[in-house]
Design a binder for this molecule. Structure first.
Ligand code: GLU
Length: 508
């Protein structure tokens, strides 16, 4: 266990976790596990106006489904709790006060109405209003007011905010593990609000304070937080924590399938693919968004496909188990540019991960699906079926459509196939094939194959024509797995029965 590596996934419970968020959790998890470090879940719920009922539970269940179990978190506890910011509320004010005392922050009393007015005046001049070093000297704050007046306003219960005070025209140098060196001039930044008179910190203050109190060694998060980095780094410096500053890594965006812009919920709706790990029912509108779990994805496949959205292993390898991801993952191999989400490739990952599962492990899932369709089969027969069907499915819910004809004779015969494949002499040939099959002993895939091929050869029939017609009789359509496997599974009586029934019905 490496006690020095401590990373956190810090979602705000403002709605369901998008797969971009899940990828952030995954990269944190992989980074922690690779080094024997600690993976922490911290719920950032200080903004009560954006709170959504059920979102925290959803986040925790999504992590559980994905196997990304936190070492410390609201459910697990740990030595740095509580892990919900609303429960840490009482701690933040003293940090805001510390910054006021050191001169790194100031009280501002401008009302929303006053700020709106100034914003409008700026707009009318074609300028953008930012509360920054240039303008703060002309506004209502503790930098422009007498200390006595400030105290009186606070004592009278006047609403205020505490803002960070950026020194103008300073180069803020930052290191990002994905992007390298980044420099920003402080004059381009606004004096962000850190604390409000309702006693609540904003995201920035709570986030930095908690990262410090929780001894976070690396902050791995989405690129949308990169613009906040100069403020966060400045906060570390202002608190005198520069030597304790975590490493920062900002992950590139996950892009729409077209490659243009950030992947959104709308893209999922348009393209018919989920962008959430689990199904989500919006508590306000009742609207249901599909989830990877409900669509039939394996968590292993989901982790694999998410890992490759942004991380490049540097080899041709695309399929990774969780253990492989943990041992191969490196933050240094995360790219800077966005990664295009490919819905078709996602299906491929699921297909591949189903193939990686041992047949025996698939028996219960097959059992359940067949049972739901009124079929009960003993394990020995199911064990024959699994290797035949497994290569043909991307999702378990396809098992029935790919295998129903192993258990039921077709009731209809595809008319398109009949037109194309059922010639005048076909019934007679099928009759002869049925008679030959009567003699086939044992009735295994190999012996059936030999007999059918020998019969075709000795009668000088065309292989394709016979196989297509035979398939039509056994399956009712031009689909399904190898016929010799199917025939052996069905057994002689069923095969011959289906052939006779089909010949009668099609020829009628
Ligand atoms: N609460 C922020 C979010 O919802 C956390 C950002 C961070 O990891 O610093 O994404």
């Amino acid at each position: 266990m490496n006690q020095n590596i401590r990373v956190r996934f810090a979602p705000s419970p403002t709605g369901p976790l998008h797969i971009g968020g899940l990828r952030t959790a995954l990269f944190n998890y992989l980074f922690a596990k690779k080094s024997g470090g600690t993976f922490i879940l911290r719920i950032e719920d200080t903004d009560q106006t954006r709170f959504v009922k059920g979102a925290e539970d959803y986040i925790i269940k999504s992590l559980e489904w994905s196997g990304l179990i936190p070492d410390e978190g609201p459910r697990q506890g740990g030595g740095f709790g509580p892990y919900r910011q609303s429960e840490r509320k009482s701690q933040y004010k003293k940090y805001a006060m510390q910054l006021l005392e050191s001169g790194d922050a100031y009280y501002a009393f401008d009302t929303p109405g006053e700020l709106d007015q100034i914003r409008k005046e700026h707009d009318s001049r074609g300028e953008t209003f930012v509360y920054d070093a240039r303008i703060r000297e002309s506004l209502k704050n503790s930098l422009t007011m007498e200390p006595q007046a400030v105290e009186e306003l606070i004592a009278a219960g006047t609403p205020y905010v505490i803002r960070f005070r950026f020194e103008p025209n300073r180069e803020i140098e930052m290191h990002d593990m994905v992007r390298g060196e980044v420099v920003v001039n402080s004059s381009t930044l606004d004096d962000k609000i850190l604390f409000k008179s309702d006693g609540m910190p904003t995201y920035h203050l709570a986030n930095v304070v908690d990262d410090n109190l929780m001894a976070i060694s690396h902050v791995i998060r989405g690129e949308e937080w990169l613009p906040s980095l100069p403020l966060h780094i400045s906060l570390y410096r202002a608190f005198g924590w520069e030597h304790l500053m975590p490493g920062f890594a900002h992950l590139p965006l996950i892009l729409k399938p077209t490659g243009k812009g950030k992947l959104s919920k709308r893209d999922g709706e348009k393209g018919g693919f989920p962008v959430f790990p689990l199904e989500w029912k919006d508590p306000a509108s009742g609207e249901i968004s599909p989830g990877y779990r409900e669509e039939g994805y394996l968590p292993e496949a989901c982790n694999n496909l998410l890992a490759l959205l942004g991380w490049n292993p540097g080899t041709e390898q695309e399929l990774f188990s969780m253990d492989e991801l943990i041992s191969e993952f490196q933050l240094e191999k995360v790219g800077r540019s966005g990664s295009r989400f490919d819905p078709e490739k996602s299906k491929w990952f699921n297909h591949q991960h189903i193939q990686l599962m041992e047949d025996e492990k698939l028996l219960p899932a097959f059992h359940t699906i067949l049972k739901a369709n009124g079929v009960s089969v003993e394990n020995s027969r199911l064990a024959m079926l699994v290797p035949i069907i497994k290569p043909r499915i991307n999702f378990f819910h396809q098992v029935w459509e790919e295998s129903w004809f192993f258990f039921k004779a077709p009731e209809t015969y595809d008319t398109g196939v009949i037109k194309k494949r059922w010639k005048e002499d076909t019934p007679d040939k099928m009759q002869q094939l049925a008679e030959a099959l009567e003699q086939c002993e044992p009735f295994t895939p190999e012996s059936v194959e030999k007999l059918v091929k020998d019969t075709i050869a000795s009668k000088e029939w065309g292989m394709g024509a016979i196989m297509n017609a035979w398939r039509l009789l056994l399956v009712g359509a031009a689909k399904g797995p190898g016929l010799f496997d199917l025939a052996a599974f069905l057994g002689r009586d069923e095969v011959i029965g289906r052939m006779k029934k089909g010949i009668g019905e099609i020829t009628r």
